[in-house]
Each structure stands twice: as structure tokens, then as C-alpha cells.
Design a binder for this molecule. Structure first.
Ligand code: FAD
Ligand code: DHB
Length: 396
């Protein structure tokens, strides 16, 4: 039997970051991850960091490569009806974003945690949580065919939407709110120069498109697709021609195409669980909430949860005060609901939902308003850079 202060389930960005921050604060933890390290580091997901996320990664001592290789973005473009408008994030909301892939963050964190042998157990199967309502919870798991047990003070459920942590809570102890969207995102990664220096979000009658990037030589592109579609139905040629068709002519003419390195389809969903704490068990990141990717809030919310929980644990082990831990759920949910609203709004503005021509004309009117009104642009900008702990510049 093993003993630690915090057992962390899942080695995604939230689990590894929490473990790294705790280690730097002198608090012991063990991370249990179902997958192999290679698998976790290869997953292509989010790519855009809010500045408060950048700051926490720096505080965790894993930001050196991120600062060297990440691309600072002061704005982005919204395109529709063969026109486009720049949202000046720096000018309107006083903050920038950083383009740095989630897989790179995972690599940096996994490398930092590897310095402490046994801190992360990769390929831990059949993880089970018990006594999380009692002072010394237990986590059991199988590793290399041996059943193991950890005793701990707290469990951090950082195991994503399909993990075991939220599933361990009896349904009558939580309330779930959910919206499933009637389409998915087909994503393609390719070693071609990005369309533009900044991201381009396009509303088009054929459906939404997003031109993002991972570096100056690597692009990440998405098109809205039917939920029933499979990756096999989308050859590279079909993808590039669909993406081109959804961009204003000015951009379409300069799109550089090439063979895809990765191609995947992700469904879109909004989901929030309340509360986010059950006795000694804390749900963190995607285990507690999911947002549609439009606006790139998922990873940033996970990092924000980690910040609140880490501070609560530091306070507890420093002074035995449970005040911050008791506030964890309420504090995290305040931010979660605002990001849920923003991601839902941005998704609704940019995607094609149906044949409803009235709805499409409303979208065009709102996009036009966004281009004409600095108040509307400001609202988008301050939500996009992240509603931090201090009011945005737009509110001054
Ligand atoms: P996760 O990254 O999901 O990590 C959870 C970890 O727990 C995983 O490593 C998993 O293997 C492990 N785990 C699960 N169950 C168990 C178990 N029973 N036992 C042990 N370990 C377990 N966000 C954006 O902002 N922009 C994007 O473009 C974007 N694209 C995405 C594409 C996809 C396909 C997905 C799935 C998500 C995407 N997201 C995106 C969301 C973003 O990646 C997540 O919000 C972020 O990964 C949340 O981090 P997390 O650590 O909370 O959860
Ligand atoms: C990316 C994903 C997003 O959802 C977004 O709004 C911006 C960028 C990306 O994967 O690069």
C-alpha cells in the first residue's frame, strides 16, 4: 500500500500541472494515468493559451520552451460573406493569447514530472475510488498486473469527460447541465505555412471554418461537418477544397495545402457538473465541464481550476485552514459558467445550425454589428482573452 497527500487521477494537462505545482509547494502527490506517456503526448487537441494560463505554467517552472517557441497573438480575424474584420485583443482587452500546442504542454509537464521517480504511474488500469467522503480516501488500480492501493488526504479527479472520478459520485449528489450540438469539427494538422499571421474564424453558408496554427510552419485547420461523418470520407483533397470554399476570396487565394499529418472529428458539447467537490474528491477540468472548442476555452478552464485547487491545498497544508478548499467549487463554477456562455455564444454565431435562413440573416447582422460597434467587439475580446480575476479594460 502506498501513501500520499493528493492522489491525482489522469495525466492530461490538469493532472500533470497540479502535480507539478504541488511538488514545488512541498506537497506530495501520485498521478495515475490509464494511457502510456507516448499516447498522451501524441494527442492533438487545443492550441491557444490565455495569458493567465501562460503565467501559471511559468510559475510551475515549465514555461521556458513555451516562451521560446510560442507565438504571441494580439488579435484574430472574423470572416463572413466575403469580408473580414480584425478583433484587436490587445487594444480592446489589454491582453494577448499564446499559440502553443497542448501536446507540447503535455511534453513539458511530463518531462518535469519524470524528474521525480514514481510521481506518475502510466498505464494504470481499472482505477477505482473509495471512501472519498471520509478523511482518508483510497484509490486502487492495477499496474503491471499487480493490484495496488494508495491512501491519501485528497483525490483530484483530473481524468477528463469519460473518466472514473465523476462516475464514482452517485447521480443524486450532482446536477449536470448539457447541450449537444448537431455537428462536429473535422480537424487537420499539416506542415504548411499558416493562412495568415493571425487566426481566422469564418462563418459561411456551407458551415464554419477555422484557420489556426501550431508554429510558423505547421497549420491546424477545422471545418464544421455532419456528426455522422467519418474521417475516411474526408480525403485531403476534399478537406482542402471545402476549407477554401468557406473562406473569403482574399484568403482562399493564398491557402497553401499539403498532406495531412493528422485528421480527426470531434463532437461539440457544453456540459457542466455542479458541485465540483464531493467530500475529499475534487473534480478538475474536463472531468467537471466541457465546452465546444470555438474560442478555445477548454484547456484554459482546466488550468484555471488547477490554480484554485492548488492554492486551496497550499493553504490547507500550510495552516490547516479549509477556507479556500471550501470555496473551490463556487469559485471555479463562476468562471466555468461565463466560459460556457461565451463558447455557446461564439459557436451559435459562427456555425450553420439548419436551413433556417432567418437564423443565418441574424448571424450576419450580428457579425456586421461586431465590425461596427467597439462595445460589441470589446465584449468578444474580453471573453476571448479570458475573464480573469480583475475586470477587463472594457469595463473601465
Ligand atoms: P484531459 O486532457 O481529457 O485529460 C484526462 C486524462 O485522464 C487523460 O490523459 C486520460 O487518458 C486520463 N483518464 C481518463 N480516464 C481515466 C481513468 N479511468 N483512469 C486513469 N486515467 C484516466 N480545447 C480547446 O480549448 N481547443 C481545442 O481545439 C480543443 N480540441 C479538442 C479536441 C479533442 C479531440 C478533445 C477530446 C478535446 C479538445 N479540447 C480543446 C479540449 C481540451 O483539450 C481539454 O479541455 C483539456 O484537454 C482538458 O484537460 P484535462 O486535463 O482536464 O482533461
Ligand atoms: C484552436 C482551437 C480553437 O477552438 C480555437 O478557438 C482556436 C484555436 C486550435 O486548435 O488551434
Amino acid at each position: 500500500m502506498w501513501s500520499t497527500q493528493v492522489a491525482i487521477i489522469g495525466a492530461g494537462p490538469s493532472g500533470l500541472l497540479l502535480s507539478q505545482l504541488l511538488q514545488r509547494s512541498g506537497i506530495a502527490s501520485i498521478v495515475l494515468e490509464r494511457q502510456s506517456r507516448t499516447h498522451v503526448e501524441a494527442r492533438i487537441r487545443a492550441g491557444l493559451l490565455e495569458w493567465t494560463s501562460v503565467e501559471l505554467l511559468l510559475e510551475a517552472g515549465v514555461g521556458e520552451r513555451m516562451i521560446r517557441e510560442g507565438l504571441v497573438h494580439d488579435g484574430f480575424e472574423v470572416a463572413w460573406a466575403d469580408t473580414h474584420h480584425r478583433i484587436d485583443l490587445k487594444g480592446l482587452a489589454g491582453r494577448s493569447m499564446l499559440v502553443y500546442g497542448q501536446s507540447e504542454i503535455e511534453r513539458d509537464l511530463a518531462e518535469a514530472r519524470a524528474a521525480e521517480p514514481g510521481a506518475v504511474v502510466w498505464e494504470a488500469c481499472d482505477v477505482a475510488l473509495s471512501d472519498w467522503d471520509a478523511p482518508r480516501p483510497r484509490v486502487t488500480y492495477t499496474h503491471r498486473s499487480v493490484r495496488e492501493e494508495i491512501r491519501c488526504d485528497f483525490i483530484a479527479g483530473c481524468d477528463g469527460f469519460h473518466g472514473v472520478s465523476r462516475a464514482s459520485v452517485p447521480p443524486d449528489r450532482l446536477t449536470a447541465y448539457e447541450r449537444v450540438y448537431p455537428f462536429g469539427w473535422l480537424g487537420v494538422l499539416a506542415d504548411v505555412p499558416p493562412l495568415s499571421d493571425e487566426l481566422v474564424y469564418a462563418n459561411h453558408e456551407r458551415g464554419f471554418a477555422l484557420c489556426s496554427m501550431r508554429s510558423r510552419g505547421r497549420s491546424r485547420y477545422y471545418v464544421q461537418c455532419p456528426l455522422e461523418d467519418t474521417v475516411e470520407q474526408w480525403t485531403d483533397e476534399r478537406f482542402w477544397s471545402e476549407l477554401r470554399a468557406r473562406l473569403p476570396r482574399h484568403y482562399a487565394a493564398r491557402l497553401v495545402t499539403g498532406p495531412s499529418l493528422e485528421k480527426s472529428i470531434a463532437p461539440l458539447r457544453s456540459f457542466v457538473t455542479e458541485p465540483m467537490r464531493f467530500g475529499q474528491l475534487f473534480l478538475v477540468g474536463d472531468a467537471a465541464h466541457i465546452v465546444p472548442p470555438t474560442g478555445a476555452k477548454g484547456l484554459n478552464l482546466a488550468v484555471a481550476d488547477v490554480r484554485v485547487l492548488w492554492r486551496g491545498l497550499v493553504e490547507f497544508y500550510g495552516s490547516r485552514s479549509t477556507q479556500l478548499l471550501d470555496e473551490y467549487s463556487a469559485r471555479a463554477l463562476q468562471r466555468v459558467w461565463k466560459a460556457t456562455r461565451f463558447s455557446w455564444w461564439f459557436t451559435t454565431l459562427m456555425h450553420r445550425f439548419s436551413e433556417d435562413r432567418f437564423a443565418h440573416r441574424l448571424q450576419l447582422a450580428e457579425l456586421d454589428y461586431l465590425a461596427q460597434s467597439s462595445a460589441a467587439a470589446c465584449s468578444l475580446a474580453e471573453n476571448y482573452v479570458g475573464l480573469g480575476f480583475e475586470p477587463g479594460r472594457c469595463q473601465e
